[in-house]
Design a protein around this ligand. Sequence first.
Ligand code: GLA
Length: 739
Amino acid sequence: MIRFDASRSLWILETASAAFVFGLARRGSSVDGFPQSRLSGEGLLLQTWYGPRLSDPSEYPEAVPEPGWASFSTPASLSPEIFPAAGGPRFGEPSLACVFPDGVRDSALRYRDYSIDGEKLSVFLDDSAYGLEVELEFIAHPAWDLFSRRAIVRNRAGGSAASSSGGSVLIESLLSGAVYLNRGGEYRLTHLVGRWAGETRIERCPLGEGRFTIDSSRGFTSHHANPFFALDAGASADEDSGDVRFGCLAWSGNWKISFERDNFGLVKISAGYQDRDFSIPLSSGQEVASPSFIFGFTRGGFGAMSRALHGWQRSALSPSGSELRRVLYNSWEATAFSVDEAGQTALAEKAASLGVELFVMDDGWFGERTNDRAGLGDWTVNRKKFPRGLGPLIARVKELGMEFGLWVEPEMVNPDSDLYRAHPDWIYHYPGRTRTEMRNQFVLNLSIPAVEAYVFDAMHRLLSENDIRFVKWDLNRSISEPGSHAHGHPRDANIRHIEALYRIMTRLRSAHPDVRFQTCSGGGGRIDPGILAYFDQAWPSDNTDASDRLVIQEGFSLIYGAHIMESWVTARKNWLNGRELSLEYRFHAAMAGVLGIGENLSHWNEEEAAAAKGLIALYKDIRPLVQNGNLYRLESAERTSFLYAADDGSRAVLFVFLERNRFGGRMPPVHPRGLDPDARYELVQRSPAAPLFSPPSAEIAGRAGMTLSGAAWTERGVEVPLREDHTSAIFEFKRSPLD
Ligand code: GLA
């Protein structure tokens, strides 16, 4: 619900239980003991509320500028301006910085008007001397307690005297705007850090004075940071309760989120394009939009935050919404580049016999691809490996009752490829400088229209000529030497690249509506709410060790839903760290997301194949809960447990992993969350098949076979008699039919 309180010049955006309010400042008032600034701050657009929704909207404060401080800080530098443009006495992170055609770098935006259309608000600002317009667009997502916002900058210079000097306005920095936390609190930042094979690990730190930035300038989202944050005051929030303010940025190129705590205790968060390798010339009539920044507030701790984001992804963001994702097989860890018709057919036959629904052939099927030194760019089938083309393999996969999927890496080219030999200028480079290779490959410069057309055509042809229902779209290096001479200005290439990628995906999806897409970048390098508007699921990491994976998956789950989180069961002895884990443990960890199998199936004996078949059947039964339920993270560290509960409270599935049993101790019970307190639930052990419980068991906690109310289960907890390192179990709470 969005409204404008005209009497107090206040825009009020409310969701089910959160509110974001800003207003047009009237003349500033002096505060006892503080010198009144000569500048009043009148006309500034100031945030006045970001927190819980109030039952009486007249209680939201109106916009009053902060008084100045000595000769060094004015209202504009001290007040919570929602879109501080670089100009006048402003010294913090600007939401917009531009250079006008005459060299002036001073923006002077003034409020003009606004419009409200349902859950969308647009506030218009003008720098009339130069014909520059900024539209601040806000959208409320009431059911999820989320808001999104972006800024659209337009050059409307026409015939005015100042703009008649001609030329473009150069946009040197563009963020979605700023949001603020209450002045004076001690805030703790939660964000995600990582690297290849170790993505999305949770990091927590206090926000001190100064500026702290998380970002990527690698040309894509990156493994190293994810455009997300959560802030709580004084470490007061936990999984179940506490005020959490959080946000994420929908952009898959260079990005940044900065956190500034000024010397007066005001914390400002700004999110948008990373301004390294950035500048956009805007000629008259052109516009540029910042990425969308999604932000929210909850009183329900980090758990409620994640559930809001997951629900929003399923209902609003994801192109295939809550459609159940298929159990897949992927060939990469089994056959690497050595794919051929006979080998893949044999794997497909084994996969189908286990209950797999989608067979994905990974790298190695195209061009001269026998290793990672050749072939990228040449998206035609390798006739030595597939003399009859892909047709017979796909036909066999379909005959076996599965869909067929294929790996591609369309934004890349190997120097050893027909494409590169024909178009050496299609890659990012600077003339006369080294063209850096990483994984023996270059990045195609998608900001060049001919390259965009080539990539679209190659993928469109592939999908038109073959019955492919799933595409794993990879990106296996960072972008360096980001030069582009094809688009008029060398420093906007990254934005043009990502825009071209989004355009290609829009066209591919509309031409091939039955195809589902996975975003992959050497694991989880390109996962963000921008890409997830075009891709149905994601590959979180090349690290398939189930033990490490639980850590990666926990961080992933802070932001992204389990319907996005693909996870594979791979070899008993992991390739990365040599750790050996049981089939069951590997399955259980992978069943917490979108289940896939990546092991060479010819290595499984009959007993293992039978166990796998049973676990895949179990996964299909609990899949609606995992993929579309509400996640409750219960504990992590030596033991990890979490639960997915159905929306209607009818079922919940509990996963428990004992990572390490120290000193032979008996672990405390696991306390479930998310059950209907008044309903009665029977606890059923779903896996392993053999009962873990041999009575008598501890009576303080509940155990499998018992029926208790949701309230009792939550309080008493579940006795989980796992003793050995790396053992795990899956339980289900089934609501009694009497309820
Ligand atoms: C990346 C992916 C892997 C696999 C290889 C193929 O590393 O993350 O899953 O597809 O590329 O080269």
